[in-house]
Design a protein around this ligand. Sequence first.
Ligand code: FAD
Length: 391
Amino acid sequence: MSTATEPIAPPQPLLALTEDELLFRDNVRQFADQALRPKVREMDEKGVFDHELLDQFFHLGFMGIEIPEQYGGAGGKFFDSILAVEEISRVDPSAGVIVDVQNTLVNNALLRWTTEDQKKRYLPKMASNTVGAYALSEAGSGSDAFALQTRAQLKGSEYVLNGRKLWITNGKEAGVFIMLATVDPSAGYKGVTAFIVEKSFPGFSVGKKEDKLGIRASSTCELILEDCKVPKENVLGEVGKGYKIAIETLNEGRIGIGAQMLGLARGAWECAAKYAQERKQFGKSIAEFQGVQFQLAQMATEIEAVRMMVYNTARMKDVGMNFVKEAAMTKLFASQVAERVASLCVEIFGGVGFTKDYPAEKYYRDAKIGKIYEGTSNMQLQTIAKLVLGK
Ligand SMILES: Cc1cc2nc3c(=O)[nH]c(=O)nc-3n(C[C@H](O)[C@H](O)[C@H](O)COP(=O)(O)OP(=O)(O)OC[C@H]3O[C@@H](n4cnc5c(N)ncnc54)[C@H](O)[C@@H]3O)c2cc1C
């Protein structure tokens, strides 16, 4: 595998897009502005994602971006998934994470680790009508993910799964779950195994849906496995190698969360810049005050830096370079910038920024999750420290 310092010819500016990428980005942007934006506030208030929008996501190819055309997908690159997550999150980070989990975690795991038979059974569904979810966390195992307790026991031709998963994004809408369980609790991480579980499997049910601070339209649910019967053919990858699947997919997923936070920061910045030019105090628009201009300039600079990190890390993944350190840095920094930008955005709106009449407060609430899921900021710092210090 190449290292980050090897040159790629010909060098291009980090933010350059190909013609196809530009076209795709503009399509996603147009959809997000026209079809998604009018529904965002109501979905946030109700804490429910609009099913018609989900259908449109499938229809427009946003749910199977990297799935090869032979399985009904769009045959795109990881970078295209990142562009989609960024553009959708600019308008609604809840919608962004639905597309993100589908593409960067679930489809990614299925593309990399499935047998040909599994590909034929699952990829066409994921591209056309089935939402996916990625179930690793439990009440007792978050940062310490491989302390998971969900048990898988082989009985004849099937595994029987028992346990409870917590915090599972897309839990309410999903039809297919990448489920991490242990076949041997005494083996530690070496017992962890990934399974493809369908919602219709006996013994599977969806439990409580969380009532959250932010990304409220994205469902976050408990999953209950009570003697859940999973055919042996539904082991994903090898028995005992689930930890590798979890680590490697989450490395890629972190670039996706970076893109979600980038989109969020852009969305917040754009509405703050617009408001600053409209709002008049002391006889002129507040954007004419240097204090406000400098705040907007500082935010724009940080967003530009995040964008370079997100795009560069996604390109590294697409060309097969090692991107583990860069993905951790991208997620860490993108979530910090998103929170700072969204917070300043509330302040630029003044009093109305604190109300639900304007979008600022929602961006601020939505930003908080970037520092928590797919590894908290401390976990990213731990990875970065290990890699930069060579430990
Ligand atoms: C909205 C939402 C969606 C989610 N979606 C999914 C999903 O789809 N699939 C899934 O599997 N999980 C999901 N999660 C779970 C998420 O990944 C975990 O919440 C996260 O990894 C943190 O785990 P925890 O909540 O148990 O916190 P803890 O691990 O208990 O951490 C609490 C605090 O302690 C700190 N800490 C812990 N250990 C250390 C250490 N060694 N050094 C320094 N600090 C430490 C953490 O940084 C954090 O600040 C989701 C969570 C939320 C809130």
